[in-house]
Design a protein around this ligand. Structure first.
Ligand code: PGA
Length: 251
């Protein structure tokens, strides 16, 4: 049985003070919800402060990115050993990083290897752009991204994948539950081909892209969807709590 997982990607929002206030506000509610794994992914500079607030609770912490080198002359970058011990999860290959910061299938693969090497659990993001979707290439694109990201990597236990159609992120236009379920089913079959049936049963595959409290049930009622990677709505304590609570009720 896969435990559903809801992760909040705060993106480039909140100062350290705001991050601490935000997590303090949502924590009492989140902490009481059972049978759903919950995580927040604040900006790097707030990880330590948020970690302190989360200490002893059921809410996990994730980073939004990392660089694949261990140390050295890479001004401005954050390495896997710097995150190890600070957080449990790390988002890798988010479409905003692919679009604005030159993450490629090749660097995503290196980042996954580096994260696993440091004992971090990757949340690998894959998803097609609008023109690819319209050209009927969704399956080809996401399976291609998945295969490149995992090339040469033994099945990573605890690994999480987020299917995030680029056209649904931050647009208020989510995929339908059926689209998400179909594509996630395809991703799971690909994991089975690459590794094994057990790996496909084990891996949690989330949907991401304009998830809100109002559409949570649409996604969580689908058999292939194991949770959500939530952007904008994860900055609103009541909304995020509602997404988590509904998920617990539905699954
Ligand atoms: P959104 O972002 O929920 O604001 O669409 C999702 C994401 O980018 O992970």
């Amino acid at each position: 049985m896969r435990v559903p997982f809801i992760a909040g990607n705060w993106k480039m929002n909140t100062t350290v003070g705001e991050a601490v206030s935000l997590v303090r506000e949502m924590l009492p509610g989140l902490d009481t919800v059972k049978n759903v794994e919950k995580a927040v992914c604040p900006p790097y500079v707030s990880l330590s402060a948020v970690k302190e607030v989360l200490e002893g609770t059921s809410v996990k912490l994730g980073a939004q990115n990392l660089y694949f080198m261990e140390k050295g002359a890479y001004t401005g970058e954050i390495s896997p050993p710097m995150l190890a011990g600070l957080c449990e999860y790390v988002i890798i290959g988010h479409s905003e990083r692919r679009k604005y910061f030159n993450d490629t299938d090749e660097t995503v693969n290196k980042k996954i290897q580096a994260a696993l090497g440091a004992g971090l659990k990757p949340i690998l993001c894959i998803g097609e752009r609008l023109e690819e979707n319209e050209a009927g290439k969704t399956g080809e694109v996401v399976t291609g991204q998945l295969k490149s990201a995992l090339e040469g990597i033994p099945y990573p236990v605890g690994f999480v994948i987020a299917y995030e159609p680029v056209w649904a992120i931050g647009t208020g236009k989510p995929a339908t539950g059926e689209q998400a379920n179909d594509t996630i089913g395809l991703i799971r079959r690909t994991v089975s081909e690459l590794y094994s049936g057990e790996a496909a049963d084990d891996v949690r595959i989330l949907y991401g892209g304009s998830v809100t409290a109002a559409n949570t049930a649409e996604f969580m009622s689908r058999s292939e969807v194991d949770g959500a990677l939530v952007g904008g709505a994860s900055l609103k304590p009541d909304e995020f709590l509602s997404i988590v609570t509904q998920t617990a009720e539905i699954r």
